[in-house]
Ligand binder design. Sequence first.
Ligand code: HEM
Length: 506
Amino acid sequence: MAFEGSSSLPSMASTTAFLFFSFTFIFSLFSVLIFILRMRTWCNCHTCRSYLTKSWTHRFINLCDWYTHLLRNSPTGTIHVHVLQNIITSNPHNVEHIVKTRFDNYPKGKPFSTILGDLLGQGIFNVDGDYWKFQRKMASLELGSVAIRSYAFETVMDEIQMRLIPIVASKARGENETEMNSILDLQDILRRFSFDIICKFSFGLDPGCLLPSLPVSNLADAFDLTSKLSAERAMNVSPMIWKMKRFLNIGSEKKLREAINVVSNSANEIIKQRREMGFATRKDLLSRFMGLVNNNDIYLRDIVISFLLAGRDTVAAGLTGFFSLLSKNPRVEEMIREELNQILGPVQDSPTFDQIRQMHYLNAAVHESLRLFPPVQFDSKHAEEDDVLPDGTFVKKGSRVTYHPYAMGRMEKIWGPDCLEFKPERWLKDGLFVQPDPFKYPVFQAGLRVCLGKDLALMNMKLVVAALVPRFHIRVVGPNHEPQFVPGLTATFRGGLPIKVIEKKC
Ligand code: HEM
């Protein structure tokens, strides 16, 4: 029997495998056909051909660099990838039109909310209309309060002092020592740091990702996977492919479902604990929201997950870009150090909330790094009705319209011939920081849906810089080439940011 059984198993397995692969093949063919049929026109223009054949990869390592090149050469600062029905713009007048003047005509739209719906549900990032208005009002009231700001300040300072500085110091060598202790992946450290902070801030829970043992966190890993796989949905030639995989619960969709379950279960557990412990006197965001929508757990879950997504990778991505630029610009590092010395004096070692606000050069340096390395490289809307953009581009109803902060930060037309240089001075007038025009610099979006965490994010970034720069020289190791990004919802350096750390003499 055992022999018979074992001989029939392989043939059953091969029949199943054959059926599976035939099905997948026929299905993929079908999806490609549908995709081609859905295209308004088969376009043979240079841009569409390069996109479809991927020939752009011969000259550029990142899609965002290729788009930047095309946008720079476009007289209007706008391009059209016809086969994707996607208009991409770097023109500040168009940005203002999309996110402010004709805001009602440019919602996120169904294609976006379908892709992220399984992860974000009805969370603020994923909804339009009244659902969005309600959450926006509630969140802006909470995030604007003095109490939440001082809670955020304390949370960040605590994580810096207790975890970030010790872990960076543990890898440092003295200025006169030749051997370095070891190489540290700063991107990984900053992602752990940001995850601890956003969890403490959002729901008063400490996942301890930046403890000295650098533990594995199931929640953080599951969260990374969900954001990577959700972003990959958008890269399928047709949404039919991922929708069918989701229906059959196979491949990447199976992994995505499992990861979303981990995230959802953790969020539900947190909500349950918070309710049991009582939330009336607690300072975190979830407790504050519970006071407003206590009985709706699904809604609370969606809010929690949206905030995790909003605050986690963005801040880490911003800081990774900052330190990669600082490593190549010791002059800027020295200027930041001088300003810190001037404002803190010789004894005080960490700034107060008010002192951070007085640091104009630091503010300029952080804005400058976000110009060159915006954490959200592009952002798309979908046109409700036909429209014409200020530069004359016709927008057909249903088209995807994308503004591109990464490309905009690299436009001579906006920033002048030195646009590729890291120059904090461009933000200063008589030593004082000058606020950017939000439509030329939509790093935090602009208009009616401008980022609600902007001030918190900037404060967080400045506190990290103010803590690390006076203590350490941070130098990126390895070849000095431009970063390659991993496809995802926020900018992530492929291979991390390997650094060596040199402890400064007191
Ligand atoms: C450097 C860090 C950050 C950057 C560059 C950034 C950028 C952005 C961008 C571009 C958007 C618009 C996204 C879209 O509509 O698809 C956005 C929205 C948002 N951000 Fe941020 N963000 C950062 C940090 C944060 C933090 C720390 C929080 C929360 C504590 C936060 C909360 C939000 C929220 C709630 C929205 C949704 C606003 C709405 O739809 O009305 N962000 N952010």
